[in-house]
Design a protein. Structure first.
Length: 88
């Protein structure tokens, strides 16, 4: 599995399990500070620009509603997501 270098992906809590399953399962880490290799970073960047940027939300529930409305438009494969998630 390829994952970013978040501290919790290196957690001691699951280290014994990872060592026990080294033949069946391995984590490969992206280089530190490499958002260009992690497509979800591009999705979050566009999401923030489209539904959060320059807006005041008096409550967390309104932030969540705004993001969920944006994600609802992306429930099916589309060109925007394809471009965002393409590694070039």
């Amino acid at each position: 599995m390829i994952t970013d270098n978040a501290k919790y992906h290196h957690g001691r809590l699951h280290k014994p399990w990872r060592e026990q399953h080294t033949l069946d399962f391995a984590l490969d880490y992206l280089p530190p500070y490499s958002p260009e290799l992690n497509p979800i970073e591009r999705v979050w960047k566009l999401t923030r620009r489209l539904c959060l940027h320059n807006q005041y939300f008096p409550s967390l529930s309104q932030v969540i509603d705004s993001i969920e409305n944006e994600f609802q438009q992306w429930t099916h494969p589309n060109e925007i997501l394809r471009r965002l998630c393409a590694l070039t």
